[in-house]
Design a binder for this molecule. Sequence first.
Ligand code: SAM
Length: 294
Amino acid sequence: MVSRGLPRDQKSFLESIPRTLGSRLSIQLNLKSNFMSNTEMNTKQGHWILAKMGKKVLRPGGKELTQKLINGLGINTEDTVVEFAPGLGYTAALTLKKSPRSYTGVELNEEAAAILRKKIVGPNKNIIIGNASRSTLQNEYADKVYGEAMLTMNADHRKSEIIKEAHRILKKDGLYGIHELCLMPNEIAKDTKQEIQKELANAIKVNARPLTNNEWSSLLEAEGFTVLEVGNNPMHLLEKKRVLDDEGFFRTLKIVFNIMTHPKARQRIMAMRKVFRKYEEHLGAVMIIAKKNT
Ligand SMILES: C[S@@+](CC[C@H](N)C(=O)[O-])C[C@H]1O[C@@H](n2cnc3c(N)ncnc32)[C@H](O)[C@@H]1O
């Protein structure tokens, strides 16, 4: 029995996979032969572990909030678009379906950028390897700028630098969209906030510093933006229903199989989910669309 020895909740997830799909599952699997060692993986950031397990949607509010972000930005064929931290390019693909005039991604992680450079090719499509706080793009370059699940992992002063950079490269009235982890409610106690930040950092090995809805809005307003729209979703990144919604049935099977066969990764993912569940009432996802004032 494949699920023997696993925690009960994981067992039930796995047991929900029909056995008849076993052969299809093995065909779906395509792990690279140079998969990183377990020791190396243990020190890796949570989102990269998930990515290595086959997870494509790596933002807290899932596909649904991403779709709201894209709709809110109203990307069209006239737009010069910049994405901060495209990661593995999931949202980039949605943006490119809108045929913008140009697309530029600014990604810090060289491995991710190399993958993006293979995926995103063609005229007026560009991937810059670097920090979004210094995009190297000219002033008033873009009509629309957005970034998902990237401000949260930057320290508060760095968040402001990145937002400032979005402001600098946007044209007047240009739109900036963010999709990040948030804390709830707006009046959350300071010590609860610190406790969550500490446990999150420990579990995902990223110095995650989520803010409340009001704090995110204030940060944007302080850098010269007017908030136009705010949307929230639960933080269900590692919950069964969300994984199925985000990844689809067969990719979910693949992810589950990968997690099952990589014990160190499984341990890390279970630890992340434990923290997400422990603080479920305080953790959420937020999407904000803001307009550059001047
Ligand atoms: C959790 S992943 C999210 C990726 C993608 N936005 C998504 O939602 O699927 C975080 C990504 O942000 C990138 N990142 C973090 N800080 C960055 C910065 N200051 N500039 C550019 N990229 C950054 C990381 O390299 C990583 O690819």
